[in-house]
Design a protein around this ligand. Sequence first.
Ligand code: HEC
Length: 106
Amino acid sequence: MKHIISAAVLASSLIAAPAMADLALAKKSGCLACHSVEKKVVGPAWKDVATKYKGDAGARDAIIAKVKKGGKGNWTEVTGGIPMPPYSPRVADADIETLVDFVLGL
Ligand code: HEC
């Protein structure tokens, strides 16, 4: 029984490792001031963002552009129309792409 539990803990920590790195990057980049994975903060919950764009092939590029330049209008009913601030060049393009892939993969 102990073995089964520790195997399960090990497996879940292996799965969680890349997500932890992505969350650390999100924290470092300042995203977590307005976002969390599970809940709306100022911006929409990132799980809700992933659900909204599931199966939308064009979404990745549009969202990368949105994080770079800022913008509003996609989540007005959730945020009351608060805009997302621009992140380029404060956050490197490669980091923005990593963050968007993380969010869309949730
Ligand atoms: C000052 C608050 C704030 C910060 C900080 C912030 N966001 Fe946002 N974010 C928002 C708001 C508000 C929206 C909703 C915009 C809209 O209505 O289209 C949003 C929307 C988004 C979306 C969905 C975009 C869409 O068009 O559906 C993503 C993805 C996102 N943010 C990622 C990030 C990332 C990555 C960072 C850090 C680099 C970040 N946000 C930092 C407020 C913030």
